[in-house]
Design a binder for this molecule. Structure first.
Ligand code: FAD
Length: 469
């Protein structure tokens, strides 16, 4: 009996739970539904959508190598998914539908509607948990609640993880040809923004696997010491591949274990620190399910709902364009807009600058990030923003506000990252790049700080204190 696999953000043939389960039951037909209007309404921009579609093209080729045809349908929004899939299921005499679950609320609702439509049509639907080791709801506190704090979540994760959860799923064998052609992939509509050069982010599981291997070989063991320095490129830069499932977390865990004597929680410090980041990723996916208010534009900490965010279009624009007069912030924003990616340390610095120094609603920053990030992913992005804005799970306490200049001297000590992204400051002595003195600025095209750190900090503290009174 024929199986239909609906690919979404799991664009790979290796270690793909839904694909493996389907192939174990019968010949497989795969489908991808492109819903550009829906993705844009979620805020994804050209970088991510372009990378996504290049990933579809890569997986199509890989599937064809297994004689699995990939059908393609354009739908505007998620509402059209049930009918589009049912039509295919009928045309292709499908016995069962398989997909890997996506956890944000709109995706869950879409999948629920598909389940209902298929149930009425008498076709079984299997939602597989693939992007996480623990299905949300299966790792809970002693009281039976979802974890709202990372450290106990990570402890429980390590305590309960089993070899079966980490085992790679079977790659389907080459099947007998079904006599069905894959659909040609239509060109993408043009976007307002031009996507970043594809050589910066080659798509597909081959590229992802190469990246992983190189990271573990050359940088994995140094990760703990180098991960905070943006100029060093000490992190894996695998986030776009993980976000679209061109790489699975299991593949990452397995690769770590083979380098680290079969262990994830102890052994090499660098590798263990990296594992912990992968668990953060999983944590935020659980948070999106356990606390669905975060998917509805609400803060995780409900008492922060009334926070008096400032309406400051000029400040927001300066932040977006990298013109705040704080070089590390500005360099980071230029990295984001130019490459579609930003170093984690700088995501924290820039997000805190927007939400604390400018006291601008974090949701504006969240949307701007999503528009530019090639790795834009709701759960991690929302989690990161709410962390920085002190409205989230495990958030930075509101009074611990990064000083952007101190962050700069600590994490870009020689001002090299700044000089790379702000060539207008490159000729300054290294030490002057963190906070260029005004007399140097007048001759150069670089703005003075748009806010004073101390005053801005106090304004943020006052706004947060006003909440509890
Ligand atoms: P590495 O340091 O090599 O980490 C390995 C992997 O672990 C990453 O690829 C990523 O999948 C995961 N990971 C690492 N840190 C985190 C984290 N803090 N939260 C969740 N997962 C993590 N990550 C995204 O994938 N998409 C986003 O849209 C996103 N938005 C963010 C917004 C803000 C404000 C902040 C503070 C963080 C955000 N992150 C996001 C998390 C993190 O910054 C990126 O995952 C990381 O910088 C990606 O680089 P890397 O692949 O080199 O990470």
């Amino acid at each position: 009996p024929r199986q239909l696999v609906w690919l979404r953000s799991d664009l790979r043939i290796h270690d793909n739970t839904a694909l493996a389960a389907a192939a174990a039951k019968g010949p497989v037909v795969a489908v991808f539904l492109r819903s550009v209007a829906q993705w844009q309404s979620h805020g994804h921009g050209a970088n991510k959508i372009d990378f996504w579609m290049r990933g579809v093209s890569a997986v199509k080729e890989a599937l064809e190598g297994l004689n699995i045809p990939l059908l393609h349908r354009d739908i505007d929004t998620f509402d059209a998914a049930p009918d589009a899939l049912l039509a295919i299921a009928r045309e292709q005499h499908i016995d069962q539908l398989h997909f890997n679950v996506e956890y944000p609320l709109n995706e869950q609702r879409r999948d629920q509607a598909v389940r209902e439509t298929f149930q009425q049509a008498g076709i079984n639907v299997h939602g597989h948990h693939d992007a996480v080791a623990f299905a949300p709801g299966s790792l809970l506190t002693g009281k039976g609640d979802y974890y709202g704090v990372f450290t106990p979540f990570a402890k429980a994760w390590h305590k309960h993880i089993t070899p079966e959860q980490l085992a790679l799923r079977d790659t389907p064998a080459v099947q007998s040809p079904l006599g069905i052609d894959s659909d040609p992939l239509p060109a993408l509509p043009t976007f307002d923004d031009t996507p970043v050069d594809e050589r910066r982010w080659p798509a597909g599981e081959h590229a992802a696997g190469d990246h992983l291997e190189r990271f573990l070989r050359f940088r994995g063991r140094h990760y703990h010491d180098q991960r905070d320095f943006p100029k060093v490129r000490g992190t894996s830069e695998l986030s776009p591949y993980l976000a679209l499932g061109m790489l699975s977390p299991r593949q990452c865990f397995q690769a770590v274990m083979s380098e680290n004597g079969g262990r994830l929680a102890d052994g090499d410090k660098g590798l263990c620190a990296w594992v912990s980041e992968l668990i953060w990723r999983e944590f935020y996916q659980h948070v999106a399910v356990g606390f669905p208010q975060v998917c509805r534009y609400q803060p995780f900490q409900s008492h922060t709902r009334g926070l008096a965010w400032r309406d400051d279009d000029e400040g927001f624009q300066a932040w977006c364009e990298g013109r705040t007069g704080y070089p590390l912030v500005d360099a980071a924003m230029r990295q984001l807009v130019t490459t579609g990616w930003m170093h984690n340390r700088l995501r924290m610095v820039t997000a805190m600058f927007l939400s604390k120094h400018l006291l601008i609603d974090w949701r504006r920053g969240e949307a701007f990030f999503l528009r530019h990030l090639v790795d834009g992913e709701f759960c991690a992005n929302n989690g990161g923003w709410q962390w920085a804005a002190s409205t989230g799970t495990d958030a930075a306490p509101y009074f611990r506000i990064f000083n952007p200049t101190t962050q700069s001297t600590r994490f870009d000590p020689d001002g090299e990252f700044i000089a790379h992204w702000l060539p207008e400051l490159a000729s300054l002595p290294a030490k002057a790049r963190h906070a260029p003195p005004r007399d140097m600025l007048t001759t150069r095209d670089y703005p003075a700080p748009i806010v004073d750190h101390k005053a801005a900090r106090q304004r943020a503290l006052d706004a947060f204190k006003a909440l509890s009174t």
